[in-house]
Design a protein around this ligand. Sequence first.
Ligand code: IPM
Ligand code: MN
Length: 333
Amino acid sequence: NTMRTVALIPGDGIGPEISDAVKKVLAAAGVPIQWEEYPISTKNVVPGQDLIPSNVLDSIRRLGYGIKGPLETPIGKGHKSLNLTLRQALGLYANVRPCRTIPGIQTKFPAVDVVIIRENTEGEYVGLEHEVVPGVVESLKVITRVASERVARFAFEFARQNKRRRVTAIHKASVLKLSDGMFLDCCRRIAAEYPDIEFKEALIELCSGYLISQPERYDVLVLTNLAGDIISDLAAGLVGGLGLTASLNKGEHTVLAEAVHGTAPDIAGKDLANPTALLLSAVLLLRDMGLQEHANRIEHAIYTVLREGQVRTRDLGGKALCSEYTQAIISKL
Ligand code: IPM
Ligand code: MN
């Protein structure tokens, strides 16, 4: 096993603590990775300078792999989100968010197993907004054929490689006739190239209701950017919330694992955070790097601790500190 180098952005708030858990668990599992750390923060943004220093972007591009903790995105005016800047600058065009029922985690939904594939570079997230006259703003949603076909193809390839049977395109083409209309058209065209995978379409509001009443209807979902943001949180909620779900941003040559939850400033620095989402994101990254066995062992250890339920962080009703929970996972490796 040759040593690989991966970029690590610990992030804001609870980011450093949960990143520490990732480093400890991976080291204990003997994963042949060393870290190149970049402590960028929303707090250090200097007006007029690059949001993400170019040396950080260059390093992630050079290494090809990275893990990041949460970076704060303030609500309302101000600069663009560092999270979005990273995705767009690195061309991370597909965001993979699996949501699967976790044994031992109490929910109302016993059999959820969906994978959200979210377009990650355009849609409503292009940041093109302006005030036309006081009291009237315009906000643009940009949909391109190139990005839509690229993410659709990604979803079908993902389905094929992961032995999944169905891809459902989620849209609002009934109202957004041009933008979602074209997105849907692209999904249909790509679907025709994958006769082995069943293709379905669903309006986004119907999908939202069915995810709650009949989640087994869905397998792989492909969505535009904002729609994917919303539906992936909904799906995460079905299996226990954002503290327990993984996320992987994929580009042509670059892969960045990240937890989707926030920085939790109220508990930051107190060793109370739940590192599961970032750990499971790291598992996705390891699989992508071809480190299957390490990924499986770590995932199994996490699920064992969650299923046994003796050592749990506070968000899951337990009393364990982040560091204690991390040790419990290590003891199951
Ligand atoms: C996510 C987050 C981000 C998003 C925020 C932090 C900009 O909610 O990864 O889903 O909206 O994409
Ligand atoms: Mn989100």
